[in-house]
Design a protein around this ligand. Structure first.
Ligand code: ADP
Ligand code: MG
Length: 412
């Protein structure tokens, strides 16, 4: 999480936490002193009743109380984040000076510190901030190490061990908190993405529907025109090809708009792949790309919507071919895993995808191509998800890309 996010809600949260922390701090601090300087001496009839006259004495408590208006000032100013550090460092500093004044040069064995110090470390998870946790733990341990060093007293070993153990426990608590919050955040992000997609989808489906009808008459008339004037020019095939392209974009958009209820029917994967090869063959040949298929037959029939799976393989093969403008080989491989799943990979020798872009794959409209639309992988992903399958993309720049699909053979 960011250290000083300036979102009002987060600032409010931090303010609440800081107020809780300050309250606990003073309750612990004074309870301990009352207990230590009044109750224990009265009860045991040993030692002096009342505050320690050595050391900073009265000024020690004045300084600690003086932290309160400073803290309130920062909370009011909208910067509660700094308050915990002010308390931590001021307390550690004042306490160290106090200890040195009392014990330096005297032959009394060292025995100081206030139970409130435990609060700094043990309650550090409430701030859900790893940086603060480390600073608090190291400050407390460091404080005793410094005092021990200056006073040459081994009594500091016990607090150092105590703080180390507490830090480990606090660390585990903190990790639980952060991982819980992280997963909440990711659920939230996923929801937002879904909402965004739903809006894009509805819009796309609406617009797509409107475009499809005029488009089909346009195509019909263009074909008619071509038949009527077969020798006029070469533009008709291009026009038809471009209309088909618009059509396929519209189809992609409409798929996203309303993912259809899938009807699973047993189908032959060899036939599905053979069909897609026949569709993409022309483009492959034009670019000097050869496609090698390897199927570990006989393959069992696959529960799927074969029309949609064809769409998947067309998208993936097209991407593979488009990534090899200089030609090369694409391997298409089908295996059966443990008799229950079918694994299919498409492995190209194309220009690959750089690490940064791998994260963007499947985002709507993400494309690096001049005339790409950035919908292919998204539709593919959706179809594979609808089939309760899995898609994995591995890529190395200038080496190639391997897309692996794993599909359950039988849908429950
Ligand atoms: P489009 O093909 O229209 O760009 P896609 O969703 O199919 O949209 O692909 C998105 C992007 O992912 C592509 O623009 C390309 O950068 C990258 N990509 C996908 N498949 C491959 C591949 N096999 N090799 C290299 N890059 C790829
Ligand atoms: Mg594509």
């Amino acid at each position: 999480m960011k250290e000083t996010p300036n979102n009002p809600k987060l600032i409010l949260e931090e303010s609440k936490t800081v107020k809780l922390f300050i309250s606990l701090f003073y309750i612990f601090f004074f309870s301990y002193d009352i207990f230590h300087y009044y109750i224990v001496p009265i009860y045991t009839k040993e030692g002096m009743i009342g505050l320690e006259k050595n050391g900073l004495g009265f000024w020690f408590h004045t300084a600690i109380i003086g932290l309160l208006p400073i803290a309130l000032y920062f909370i009011k100013k909208g910067n509660p984040y700094i308050v915990k550090y002010i308390f931590l460092f001021s307390f550690a500093f004042i306490e160290t000076v106090n200890s040195l004044v009392i014990y330096f040069g005297s032959n009394k064995p060292y025995g100081s510190g206030n139970i409130v110090e435990l609060l700094f470390v043990f309650f550090s998870p409430i701030f859900v901030n790893k940086k603060y946790f480390w600073i608090a733990a190291l400050t407390m341990i460091g404080k005793y190490a410094i005092i021990g060093g200056i006073l040459q007293d081994t009594n500091v070993v016990i607090p150092i061990i105590t703080f180390s153990v507490l830090s480990v426990i606090a660390y585990f608590l903190l990790t639980r908190f952060t991982s819980y919050i992280d997963s909440l955040t990711s659920v939230h992000l996923e929801l937002r993405k879904k909402e965004k997609l739903a809006v894009i989808g509805q819009m796309a489906a609406g617009i797509g529907h409107e475009i499809r009808n005029p488009l089909s008459s346009l195509k019909g008339f263009t074909q008619l025109q071509q038949e009527r004037y077969p020798n006029t020019n070469d533009f008709y095939p291009i026009m038809i090809q471009e209309i088909d392209r618009i059509n396929s974009i519209v189809n992609d958009l409409m798929y996203l708009g309303k993912p259809k209820e899938i009807k699973f029917v047993k189908a032959n994967i060899e036939e599905i792949i053979a069909y897609t090869l026949s569709i993409t063959q022309q483009q492959a040949e034009k670019q000097g790309v050869t496609i090698k298929t390897m199927m570990e037959g006989p393959l069992p029939p696959l529960d799927c919507d074969s029309h949609q799976l064809k769409q998947v393989f067309i998208n993936l093969l097209k991407n593979a071919i488009e990534s090899m403008p200089e030609g090369g080989t694409i391997k298409v491989n089908v295996n059966v895993l443990e008799g229950r799943k079918m694994s299919i990979f498409i492995d190209d020798e194309g220009y690959g995808i750089d690490e940064e872009n791998i994260l963007n794959l499947g985002e709507p409209f993400f494309t690096t191509k001049r005339d790409g639309n950035g919908l292919g992988l998204m539709v593919t992903n959706q179809i594979i998800k609808d089939h309760k399958g899995n898609m994995k993309i591995e890529s190395k720049l200038e080496k190639g890309t391997k897309v692996t699909l794993v599909l359950p053979i039988i849908q429950k």
